[in-house]
Design a protein around this ligand. Structure first.
Ligand code: TYD
Length: 208
């Protein structure tokens, strides 16, 4: 079972994913948790380049190829072997982020992106994708607040609100095109309420 989390920046994936992993481990599941970009030593080096505020001049084609490079390494080194060994793999962001951010956000050709994604992942698709739904304006507000308390403010955080609105609309299009794979959960509620909903969806899928 390959489960991915998607959503706008600030939607709380990074808080929710470890809590889901804890729940599944308590149920006796073998779970591997990872994130993108990064998740491998090579991928983490690529992540540093992608997030560095000094790299404002990065061309959109360079950006997509770096995300794809990080993902290719993660799929080959971690995700595929663990799925083959029967583990549940949970990934904070995956190929849909590229379609949403580089495709709908930056306006890159979706057909070209899908070809690159297919090459990078060997065609590996998640069985289930949980979308944490938060408005772009609220996401920006939460991230600015977190940054004031010392959280990372990276090159992707520094995009305009209009960019995040295109990303948001892009996710809605992706969800509508493949409703069997996606489950939308409102990220507006309290953390615990969001986690309860996530656990219920995953438990039902896994028959726990
Ligand atoms: P990160 O700090 O991991 O944010 P979050 O906790 O919200 O996931 O930063 C990841 C950033 O990279 C985020 O702004 C989304 C962006 N991104 C892309 O633009 N394309 C991609 O393919 C991926 C995986 C991420």
């Amino acid at each position: 079972m390959f489960i991915t989390f998607e959503g706008s920046d600030g939607s709380g994936k990074t808080t929710q994913v470890p809590q889901l992993v804890e729940f599944l481990c308590e149920k006796g599941c073998r779970v591997f948790q990872t994130r993108e970009p990064g998740g491998t030593p090579i991928g983490d080096q690529i992540r540093t380049v992608l997030h560095d505020l000094k790299n404002k001049g990065m061309h959109a084609h360079t950006e997509i190829l770096l995300y794809a490079a990080s993902r290719a390494q993660l799929v080959a080194q971690e995700i595929q072997p663990r799925l083959a060994a029967g583990e549940i793999v949970i990934c904070d962001r995956y190929a849909d982020s590229t379609l949403a951010y580089q495709g709908y956000g930056r306006g890159l050709d979706l057909t070209v992106l899908r070809t690159i994604l297919n090459f990078a992942t060997g065609g590996l698709q998640p069985n289930l994708t949980l979308y944490l739904d938060l408005s772009p304006a609220e996401g920006l507000r939460r991230r600015q607040q977190a940054a004031q308390s010392g959280a990372e403010w990276n090159r992707m955080d520094a995009q305009s609100l209009e960019f995040y609105e295109r990303v948001y609309a892009g996710y809605q299009t992706l969800i509508a095109a493949d409703p069997a794979r996606w489950v939308t959960i409102s990220a507006n509620g309290e953390r615990d309420t969001v986690q309860t909903q996530i656990r219920a969806v995953v438990a039902a899928r896994l028959g726990l």
